[in-house]
Design a protein around this ligand. Structure first.
Ligand code: DXP
Ligand SMILES: NCC(=O)COP(=O)(O)O
Length: 281
């Protein structure tokens, strides 16, 4: 499918959860989360994403404020904080804003406190009324609100009705189907969901398990994606390639979807990523 030339270039938001995860295994402060953010922003990342989970398994509360201070030096880049608004996210957002620190987007994710990782979106109409006031409060704090959603076209009108600015399509099912005969069917599912969101007046973000292999095809097949937030695979790649080369590679994946192959400083590397055997949770 032709690139969506009518859409603005999709922004890359780098999720730094996994840098914090490694840092937390010693009391040495390395790898530095703030250094990672600076290098990714210097390489052209459109923003930084963190998911400060209640158990602080990776991003800790001080990281949230430390990274907000880093973003202060990059006023044209965005800071996206993810979390469950019925757990700690709203308190975190209120404190960031009370300190006068930047906060561009809150992504509401319906995760349980001890959840292994994010694996589903909000349910409508069940979640609608309890989400509405928190969406309004988050917007009053100056943040755009994105709801983490499964790719269900029929849910988008109901989602829009409670006031968010965007939805983030949970893309693990697309990624899981990448090496299977179901790839095309999954892509069509996301195309339809994104189109329904756009038709309902919602912006479209995407994220979870996107990577250098599956990103270009996703953006070519799914209309109007404003932002992809990518962490796990990108940080894994950065362990091999370094932050700067990795961010440049992911930006080239985005460029290819918009028909500008090689516009970000040359062709992207096709270095295969090593895989360990898939380990169960
Ligand atoms: C909401 C989502 O899909 C991810 O942004 C989330 O941050 C992943 O969390 P972990 O990094 O804890 O797996
Ligand atoms: N919202 C998705 C995100 O921030 C990162 O998800 P992943 O790339 O770590 O799966």
């Amino acid at each position: 499918m032709a690139p969506h030339l009518h859409s603005r270039r999709t922004a890359l938001s780098v999720n730094l959860n996994k840098v914090a995860l490694v840092r937390n295994t010693r009391h040495l402060g390395i790898p530095s989360v703030t250094r990672a953010a600076t290098l990714c922003l210097q390489a052209g990342a459109g923003g930084i994403t963190v998911h400060p989970r209640p158990d602080e398994r990776h991003i800790r509360l001080h990281d949230v404020f430390d990274l907000a201070q880093v973003l202060q030096a990059w006023p044209e880049r965005e800071y996206n904080i993810e979390g469950n608004p019925f757990h700690n996210l709203m308190d975190v957002a209120r404190e960031v804003r009370a300190r006068g620190l930047p906060l561009h987007q809150l992504t509401f994710v319906p995760d349980g406190e001890g959840q292994f990782t994010s694996d589903h979106g909000w349910s409508f109409p069940q979640d609608a009324e309890r989400l509405r006031p928190l969406i309004a409060e988050a917007q009053a704090l100056g943040a755009r609100v994105s709801l983490f959603m499964d790719p269900e076209p029929a849910a988008m009108v109901a989602a829009k009705a409670v006031g968010p600015d965007r939805v983030e399509l949970y893309t693990e099912p697309y990624a899981a189907a990448w090496h299977t005969p179901q790839r095309a069917d999954q892509l069509e599912r996301y195309r339809a969901a994104a189109q329904a969101a756009l038709d309902a007046g919602l912006g479209v973000n995407a994220g979870h398990d996107l990577n250098r292999d599956n990103l270009t095809a996703f953006l070519r097949g799914v209309p109007g994606v404003s932002e992809v937030s990518i962490g796990h695979a990108l940080i894994a790649d950065a362990l091999e390639l370094g932050y700067s080369a990795t961010v440049a590679d992911y930006r080239r994946c985005i460029d290819e979807a918009f028909g500008d192959a090689g516009s970000s400083a040359g062709p992207r590397s096709h270095r295969p990523r090593g895989h360990d055997e898939r380990v169960g949770p």
